[in-house]
Design a protein around this ligand. Structure first.
Ligand code: V0V
Ligand code: CO
Length: 142
C-alpha cells in the first residue's frame, strides 16, 4: 500500500439523464444531495449524494453527466453505456501518490493534478492498469 492512502471517497456513476438519476437515488435509495458543480475541464456536470443516516462521513455517490461531446463521460456512455465509471480514493498528497504509482509502473492520466470537486486536486490511474476500473486519486481541499 502506498503512503497517504485514505478511504474510498466516492463512486463515480455515468448517467444520461442527470435529473432522473438524482430522483432515483433520493427517492428510492434515500440519499441526500450534498453538492452540485460543473467542471468544464473534466467535461462534466456532477451531483454528489450521501447517506443521510450515516453517523460518520461516508462514501459519496458522484453522478456524472457529460457537458459536451468531447467529455470522457460522453465517450464512456457511447462505448459502454450508463453505469460505474470510477472509484475515487482519498490521498493526503495527490502529487506524491501519483509519483509513487508511476514508479510502480502504472499509467497516470495527468502529469500534474487537476481541479476536482469542491476545490480538491485529482488524478486518475488508467483502467487498463487496474483490472478494468478507472481509479481516481482525490486530495480534498484543506
Ligand atoms: C474507458 N475505458 C474504461 C473507462 N473509460 N474502462 C473502465 N472505466 C472507465 N471509466 C476503457 C474503454 O472501454 C476501452 O476499453 C479503453 O478504456 C479505451 O477507451 P476509450 O473510449 O478510447 O477511452 P480513452 O482512452 O479516450 O479515455 C479513457 C480515459 C479517459 C480513462 C483515459 O476516460 C480519461 O481521461 N479519464 C479521466 C478523466 C475523467 O474520466 N473525468 C470524468 C470524471 P477497450 O474497449 O479497449 O477494452 S471527473 C471527476 O471524477 C471529478 C471532477 C471529481 O471527482 O472531482
Ligand atoms: Co470523481
Amino acid at each position: 500500500m502506498f503512503p497517504g492512502l485514505g478511504p474510498l471517497d466516492h463512486v463515480g456513476f455515468a448517467v444520461v439523464d442527470l435529473e432522473a438519476a438524482v430522483e432515483f437515488h433520493t427517492r428510492v435509495l434515500g440519499l441526500v444531495v450534498q453538492h452540485r458543480e460543473q467542471n468544464p475541464e473534466q467535461g462534466v456536470i456532477e451531483v454528489m449524494l450521501t447517506d443521510a443516516a450515516a453517523s460518520a462521513p461516508s462514501t459519496s455517490l458522484q453522478l456524472l453527466s457529460p457537458l459536451d461531446d468531447s467529455s470522457p463521460v460522453h465517450r464512456f456512455l457511447l462505448n459502454r453505456g450508463p453505469g460505474l465509471h470510477h472509484l475515487a480514493y482519498r490521498v493526503s498528497d495527490v502529487r506524491t501518490a501519483s509519483g509513487v504509482l508511476q514508479r510502480w509502473g502504472l499509467r497516470l492520466i495527468y502529469d500534474a493534478p487537476r481541479a476536482g470537486t469542491r476545490g480538491s486536486l485529482i488524478n486518475f490511474v488508467h483502467p487498463k492498469d487496474t483490472g478494468g476500473v478507472l481509479i481516481e486519486l482525490v486530495e480534498p481541499s484543506p
